[in-house]
Design a protein around this ligand. Structure first.
Ligand SMILES: Cc1cc2nc3c(=O)[nH]c(=O)nc-3n(C[C@H](O)[C@H](O)[C@H](O)COP(=O)(O)OP(=O)(O)OC[C@H]3O[C@@H](n4cnc5c(N)ncnc54)[C@H](O)[C@@H]3O)c2cc1C
Length: 434
């Protein structure tokens, strides 16, 4: 099911034919391929350069309902509806005391098919998006080493890459020119690192350990595909439970980096079991389950770049910014920024304006959406803040919360929720470590 087998035939092995493209996109995750598909559809020549062999494994399986509009725009809704990806109607939280709260059913809020979304195996989902961009006319070259981004003064003008012939093993170094360079390299943040633009959030330096299980207890009916977020006793970490197809469940645990991985020689299994012991509801669900992959670990450091765009370049998806995974916002943000950037680039070509201002004019609205997620994440981690008590006091804010949980964040009218929440700050990494 979840495959990282590099010997699998990669469909994107064709050589790079041209020396010049309108747009080069680095990275074939959801941000890069969305942007590529829309640019190619608008008639631009697009080259996507991906480091990995596709299909490649990726964490981040739970979608938000607002991904619907991007999937619709890409013409992929029918494929999603026909797929075996479990349908997700809700998200549910379990408190640190083990209280199972009422699920947030999205269609109770908006009774429309767009309120139902999916839990996806990313290798398959990302491949579907990649195929779409190729169908629209983009070229994808997988397994490419991007050596450098080429600039003339501060304007991006191309890339230097190393290509390896898969049959002969011969290597070739090439320079390929473009008018716009889009960085969609995910957490590698190729350009933001190169240009020194990345700014970490010191309060959200988290680490995650996760694995996949078969035979875990699943709910039934509409709840079968729900994401469940369970806090552990003491609120120092939380588990996700994401049901995938074929009876597989993705289970991960996130906490402060220093708390999760204190560097005392604990194995991944010991860390996972240590946290599982503090989460009776997850224990119940996994009691008879069989673990089917090794543990994986990652740093989930929240960060964002100080700039979205420059002359001839744009940052999208995680390459611009990443927010803690608790609200499953990553793919939605990748889609949204891929769309915003594609529209800005198409307009820029039309008006002969590929300036930073034109390519990044969507930044303000996008950053606002990001900030909603981030402030909700702060509330989730703050030891003295309880959403349940907050909604008892301000029931009128529940709909705003659901807006964010659904991913409907690119609008200004959610500020009043945070005004009422007041300054809510999570503890620093050091406070949580002990
Ligand atoms: C623990 C964890 C859990 C998560 N859970 C969820 C979830 O449930 N739901 C959700 O929506 N999001 C989740 N996310 C976030 C989500 O995975 C990302 O936000 C999303 O994948 C971002 O898409 P992207 O296209 O920007 O980057 P990616 O999907 O990371 O794609 C970037 C691509 O660029 C390639 N690349 C990297 N460097 C280079 C290079 N130098 N040259 C060429 N190519 C390169 C990579 O191989 C990759 O294919 C989670 C993240 C973490 C860490």
């Amino acid at each position: 099911m979840i495959t990282t087998d590099p010997s699998k035939n990669c469909p994107f092995q064709q050589t790079v034919v041209n020396d010049c493209y309108d747009v080069i996109i680095l990275g074939a995750g959801p941000a890069g391929t969305t942007c590529a598909a829309l640019l190619a559809e608008a008639g631009r020549s697009v080259l996507v350069l991906e480091r990995a062999l596709m299909p490649r494994f990726h964490v981040g399986e739970s979608l938000l309902p607002r991904t619907y509009s991007t999937l619709q725009r890409l013409g992929l809704l029918e494929k999603m509806q026909e797929s075996a990806f479990p349908k997700k109607y809700s998200v549910q939280f379990v408190t640190e005391t083990g209280k199972i709260t009422k699920p947030f059913y999205f269609d109770e809020y908006i009774p429309h098919e767009s309120s139902q979304t999916w839990q996806v195996e990313r290798a398959e989902f990302d491949l579907m998006l990649a195929h779409k961009s190729v169908e629209n006319g983009a070229t994808i070259r997988s397994s490419v080493h991007v050596m450098d981004a080429l600039f003339e003064q501060d304007r991006a003008v191309g890339v230097k890459i190393k290509l390896k012939d898969t049959t002969s093993g011969n290597e070739e170094v090439r320079e390929i020119a473009c008018q716009v360079l889009v960085d969609a390299t995910g957490q590698s943040a190729f350009l933001a690192n190169r240009l020194g633009l990345k700014q970490a959030d010191p309060l959200l330096q988290k680490g995650t350990i996760w694995s996949y299980f078969k035979g875990a207890i699943r709910d039934e009916g509409r709840d079968e595909g729900a994401t469940i977020i369970m806090q552990t006793e003491g609120k120092k970490s939380w588990f996700w439970y994401i049901p995938l197809s074929d009876d597989v469940v993705s289970v991960g645990c996130t906490g402060s980096m220093k708390y999760m991985f204190p560097g005392n020689g604990s194995t991944s299994d010991q860390i996972f079991q240590r946290e599982l012991a503090k989460c009776p509801e997850m224990q119940r669900r996994l009691e008879n389950a069989q673990q089917i992959t090794e543990y994986k670990t990652t740093k989930d450091f929240t960060y964002r770049a100080t700039q979205t765009a420059g002359p001839g370049w744009v940052l999208i998806g995680d390459a611009f910014g990443f927010i803690d995974p608790v609200y499953s916002s990553g793919v939605l943000l990748a889609f949204a920024s891929g769309e915003f950037a594609a529209d800005a680039i198409v307009e820029g070509f039309k008006n002969d304006d590929l300036s930073a201002k034109q390519l990044g004019h969507w930044n303000e609205l996008y950053a606002l959406g990001l900030s909603y997620f981030k402030r909700l994440v702060y509330g989730f981690y703050a030891p003295d803040f309880s959403f349940a008590s907050f909604f008892r006091q301000y029931p009128e804010c529940r709909n705003q919360m659901i807006d964010i949980l659904m991913g409907d964040v690119f609008k200004p009218d959610l500020e009043s929720l945070f005004k009422k929440m007041g300054p809510v700050v999570p503890p620093s990494d050091i406070d949580v470590a002990s």
